[in-house]
Design a protein. Structure first.
Length: 201
C-alpha cells in the first residue's frame, strides 16, 4: 500500500513540475530551447531527481532562487566553493519533492532565513535553464534548473553555510554585466534582463 501511495504522489509531483515548466514564458530563443528540452525530458522519464552524488541520473532537477531587492534591482549571490563561481542559492530537488519546497528547505539551510516568495511570481519558476556543469570529467552532468524569485533586502541578516560558500553579497545588474563571465553563473545576466523586462510591464 505504501508503495502505491508513494508512486501516486510521485506521478502527481511530476505532473505539477511539468505544469510549472509549461507556464514559463520564454524571454529569448535560448530559454525557449531550454524549456522545450526540459518538457521533452519530463515527457520521456520520471527519473528526474538526483539519486546518487554527483551525477546519477543526468540530467537531474535543480531549484535556484534569487533574493531580489526591488529598491535597486540587486540580487544576492553566493561564492560557491565547489563550483568556483558566483551563483544564485539553490540545490537539488529531492525525490518526490515539489521545487517550491526545495526552495523553502534550501534557503533555510544555506542562508538561515525563511523563504518569502516574490508577490509578482509566487511559488512558480520565472526562468528555465539546461546547463552542463563544470568540474572533474567524472562528475560533470546536466542540471535542469528552475529559477524562483524571493523578496529580499540589502539590510537583511543571513547565516550563510560557510562549508559551502566562501562568501555572499548583493550584486546590481550592472555589476553582473561587468563581471568576468567565468566568475558568474552563465545564464544569470539573461535572468536579470528578464526580471527587468517583467518589472517594466
Amino acid at each position: 500500500m505504501l508503495r502505491v501511495v508513494g508512486s501516486i504522489r510521485g506521478v502527481r509531483v511530476h505532473n505539477e513540475i511539468r505544469a510549472l515548466v509549461e507556464a514559463v514564458v520564454p524571454a529569448d530563443e535560448l530559454e525557449a530551447r531550454h524549456r522545450a528540452e526540459c518538457l521533452a525530458w519530463l515527457g520521456g522519464t520520471h527519473d528526474i531527481f538526483r539519486r546518487e552524488k554527483p551525477r546519477t541520473p543526468s540530467p537531474h532537477l535543480v531549484a535556484y532562487f534569487l533574493l531580489h531587492d526591488e529598491t535597486d534591482g540587486s540580487v544576492l549571490l553566493v561564492d560557491h566553493r565547489k563550483a568556483g563561481m558566483w551563483l544564485p542559492s539553490g540545490g537539488h530537488v529531492e525525490p518526490g519533492e515539489h521545487p517550491a519546497e526545495t526552495v523553502r528547505r534550501e534557503v533555510m539551510e544555506e542562508l538561515g532565513v525563511p523563504a518569502v516568495f516574490h508577490p509578482r511570481f509566487g511559488e512558480r519558476p520565472t526562468f528555465v535553464t539546461v546547463t552542463q556543469t563544470v568540474g572533474p570529467p567524472e562528475e560533470r552532468h546536466v542540471d535542469v534548473s528552475l529559477w524562483f524569485v524571493l523578496s529580499g533586502s540589502r539590510n537583511q541578516k543571513f547565516v550563510p553555510d560557510s562549508g559551502e560558500f566562501r562568501g555572499v553579497r548583493w550584486w546590481t545588474p550592472q555589476e553582473v554585466t561587468d563581471a568576468d563571465p567565468a566568475t558568474v553563473e552563465p545564464h544569470l545576466g539573461r535572468m536579470l534582463n528578464k526580471l527587468i523586462t517583467l518589472a517594466e510591464r
